[in-house]
Design a protein. Structure first.
Length: 113
């Protein structure tokens, strides 16, 4: 890689590697502070931990969205996005889609998916 590419990647890793884990950890602490039973379950039952993390990622999505470029005209929900467009996809919104997650505003680590 060129020096410029190395610097750009180092900055990307610094930013990407810091904010998402920080956000997720903060959301986890906030939720467990508000719900001591959740904290106890997380602390005492290793089987519960991945479920809690998955539900935290859905409920309080630490990386709100991602950017993509369309390579061709692409229809999304009746709207054509022209080729070459930058599209910001809201993961946090998708994670609260009531067509996928019943009662989406409820934190429930027993849900599947
Ligand atoms: C809770 C932890 C983390 C979450 C939820 C998370 C989430 C994400 C998401 C959603 C993306 C966008 C992926 C996409 O565009 O499809 C991403 C990209 C990225 N993450 Fe993380 N991340 C986490 C931790 C980390 C850590 C610890 C590092 C590095 C030390 C890191 C480095 C990166 C990099 C370099 C990218 C950009 C990849 C690319 O565009 O090719 N992430 N992350």
């Amino acid at each position: 890689m060129t020096r410029q590419e190395t610097t750009a990647n180092a900055l990307l890793f610094l930013a990407a590697g810091q904010f998402s884990p920080t956000n997720l950890t903060a959301h986890a602490l906030e939720r467990m502070a508000a719900d001591p039973d959740l904290f106890i379950a997380f602390r005492d039952d290793p089987a519960v931990r991945p479920k809690v993390v998955n539900e935290l990622l859905r409920f309080a999505t630490p990386e709100v969205g991602v950017t993509r470029m369309t390579l061709e005209d692409t229809e999304v929900a009746g709207t054509v996005v022209p080729a070459g467009s930058a599209v910001y996809l809201l993961l946090a919104s998708a994670n609260r889609d009531e067509r996928v997650f019943p009662d989406p505003d409820r934190f429930d680590y027993t849900r599947s998916p």
